[in-house]
Design a protein around this ligand. Sequence first.
Ligand code: ZN
Length: 225
Amino acid sequence: MKVKLFLAVFVLTFLTVSCISQQNKPSKKIVDIAPDNPYLCQGYYHSDKSPYILPFSIGMEYKLVQGNCTRYSHKGFSRYAYDFGMPLGSEIIAARSGVVTFVETDMYDNTRRGKRRHKRIPNARGNTILIEHEDGTIAAYFHLKYNGALVQKGDLVKQGQPIALSGSSGFTTGPHLHFEVRRSNEDRQSLPVTFRNADPGEDFSLQAGNYYTALPFEQDKFASK
Ligand SMILES: [Zn+2]
């Protein structure tokens, strides 16, 4: 009898303690990646608060030809990627300030040799520019034009600065820019991104099939001082 009473008290104490520790847990991170579900997309910042602007020149309008979490190619690590359809040679700008950490634009457009040429950058697609931001995240700009880089490795680039010309290198079905933001150099998981100068703005992902216009923006509005 005594043993049973002891056990009951023990279980009750355990339940109470675990309940309290649950309450004291830090609140869930905004970015909630679900590795077991490659098609699940969530955790977007409201676009008004986004540190990113659309990666093309002010006043230009392009169609989003592939959005996030598709069964075609934006899945797994690249599930938060965007494909903007744009004619060859369109100006690509830095979506956020940072340091250029990688530039390769020696691949011809409309070839299908992208993946083989990019063993050094996992999951890269065609001619590539990578820009590291102040928080360690990496913006990846893919399928750029042959010889289409306007910056060099090591350059400091400001948000809105032209960095490249769009192309159709690597595995493409047509000229477009593939844009994604990776968690870090080591962790290529893409992160949910919105754009604060997109018209129409969204508080969730941009939607495939819609056209988006780049509006004027305040540079580095959310950069830390
Ligand atoms: Zn893509």
